[in-house]
Design a protein. Sequence first.
Lengths: 300, 283
Amino acid sequence: MIQLQTLRKVFGQRVALAGLDLHVPRGVIFGLLGHNGAGKSTTIGLLLGQVWPTAGEVRVCGHDVLTHRALALARVGAIFEAPVFYDYLSGWRNLEILASYSAPTASARIREVVAGVGLTGREHSLVRTYSHGMRARLALAQALLPAPELLILDEPTNGLDPEGIHEMRETIRRLHAEFGLTILLSSHLLSEVQHLCTRIAVLHQGRKVFDGTLAEATRTRDRVRLDTDDFPAAVAELQRATLVSGSDEAGFLTLTPGTTTAALVKALVERDFPVHSVAREETTLEHFYLSLVKRTPPAP
Amino acid sequence: MFLLQLKHELWKLFGKKRTYIGFGAFLFAQLAVILLFRYTKATMAIRRALEGGGYPADDFLTAGTIATQVVLPIAFLLLPLYVALVGGDLVAKETEDGTMRMILARPISRLRLLTLKWLAGALFSFALSLLLGGFGWLLASLWFPQGGLFSLQFDGGGPAGGFAVFGAAEGAWRYAAAHVLLATKAITVLSLAFLFSCFNMKPAAATILALSVLFANVIFMNIPWFADYKSWFLTHHLNLWQWMFLQTPPGARMAESLSLLVGFNATFFVVGAAAFQVRDLKS
């Protein structure tokens, strides 16, 4: 759905993106994580043809955004943080105006989308009378009007109260489940990404420092929790076999480099240790993210 | 589709209260000047000029004459100010507010969007010029009778000496045609502000820059030593509407000025569009 190849963007002397490669498959909720200034908004700007790349290629829905922007964005909806509208016009008029930049849109379609986001009854009020939550819903409505295949959400819950955040998350889940939308969610809120996304990419100082599933991100590679009858004896045996380099009282083993869980289980079974369970240690996305951004050197 | 999008641009433009500041200010200024003519001795100078030329003053101290006198200062100062205000807003305000990013998340090209915006602005300028003329005549009719039209003669922004008089029908026709031509001034000033609005700057800065260019033109044009180079200045051509009040309008010079204004407008649009096209739009 989205394909970025060696994408580079330089603003003056500042490198905003340093050769980003990214593939967002169809049908996933993909999280784009990073600090402020990591390159998330630049990436979204490049996807929408609002920012010109210094080098590289941007393809959305199979079309090159630089050369065939209209085709690429025909079925794309986007929401930016702090949604802004023409406050002096009604919500309905705003939707009519914004929809007309994509394609002629029937009133029935606008009505349907307004009902879908729960704005029925307030659609003819001036936007200046809307609460922040209603603006967020209106933003969602305008993004859904062109019946998008891809929804780009840039910090969609910024400024919302807890109830609004919950509501927005549920709506995103529903849209994904009901319509199979591909969703690119840019956020620096790790909990939001952890709640919603199945795949993530982490940007740091214009570079991609991780790209994979959420499960991969939250699973440690070198620590497993072992449940066996005689844990100290098992540890001693495994250390003799140079499969494990250490352990702790909570039942965790630190594997030596190259040791797999399967090899560990095989060694235990061969030595007649009953294995009740073996599980890779799960880390939080926060730990994972911080470990990534702290060890990454700055972009050239 | 283009017309639907244009309709929506007009909704955006005419939905804003500040769009009507211009209309309101014009009405107020026109009313003030007309009342000054009515309740002071300002008409005495016109009367003397007419009688000195052998014309019956009462036939020409009319709504048309007063409306023509009213339009001169307004067209010189207020009209450029308000169209520059609207032109400066057209692109820069949307960029500043963030609605431009919402629009350009959609598959509309920047060139098409700018064309729509410029057209909406041009229609506003045209309407403003015609309403200025219409309301001027209408308000003057409340205190002055209908009849012939008297006008001082102007040439490219400055008095040309003498005056012209027209019968009722011709006077009305000249007055209407002058306001249609006045729209070319309004549209050109709007295009100038629109040009600056396409660059990365605040709406107020675009308006101020456009007005600065105009005022600089006026200053240079009025330095006596540059009298021979008047036609080099934009403001000289912006005043072509005044030639409709010359006894014999200079057709060839008007056509030349009109074609130059078309060229100025095209240049302002193309340069603005090129600047906007290469910009990165980012929050």
